[in-house]
Design a protein around this ligand. Sequence first.
Ligand SMILES: Cc1cc2nc3c(=O)[nH]c(=O)nc-3n(C[C@H](O)[C@H](O)[C@H](O)COP(=O)(O)O)c2cc1C
Length: 174
Amino acid sequence: MKNETIKCILSRRSVRSFSDRSISREDLGLIAEAARLAPSAKNSQLWKFTVLQSKELMNRLSSEIAVCLSRGDDYDFYSPNALLIASCDREYEYSREDCACALENAFLAAHSLGIGSVWINQLFGICGEPSIRKILDDLKIPSSHDVYGMAALGYPDAEILPVDKKTDNIEFIL
Ligand SMILES: Cc1cc2nc3c(=O)[nH]c(=O)nc-3n(C[C@H](O)[C@H](O)[C@H](O)COP(=O)(O)O)c2cc1C
């Protein structure tokens, strides 16, 4: 028998098309809480989670990323209703791993609430660009932090198609 948690894990898929429906403050809080309670190496918790629901600020961020990465003018993180930004101390050796655990918790929490999500990776490696850093400063992301990933969040507005998942990469030696 698959319990609800297993069903949630097995059925989560990345969502890249979102409706205009707004995510409630309560649900954003639950998703952020799921991230906050994720495992971290030695329980370091050197991360910060920034929840952004302002269209204006999301547009400002995506436009600046588009400039830095020479993406088209229409780059917009798939136009989500909100973004969860996972940042962490750039000198800490497990920032990537810790933020990945937190983001997966957030994806699963979102999915359990009927909210779609996808990892947005484009800030990784460009947080030192002055124009990007200025926006991160405005978002109160600590100056010692880089962003290791973001979750675009929103209600799905299209059917979520299955993705190809390999089946030959599990070995049981019992
Ligand atoms: C480290 C990492 C970076 C990713 N970056 C992006 C991204 O920038 N944009 C995107 O659309 N999906 C991104 N994804 C989502 C993957 O493409 C997706 O998880 C994969 O295709 C499998 O699909 P599923 O999530 O539906 O299982 C990323 C996933 C991971 C783990």
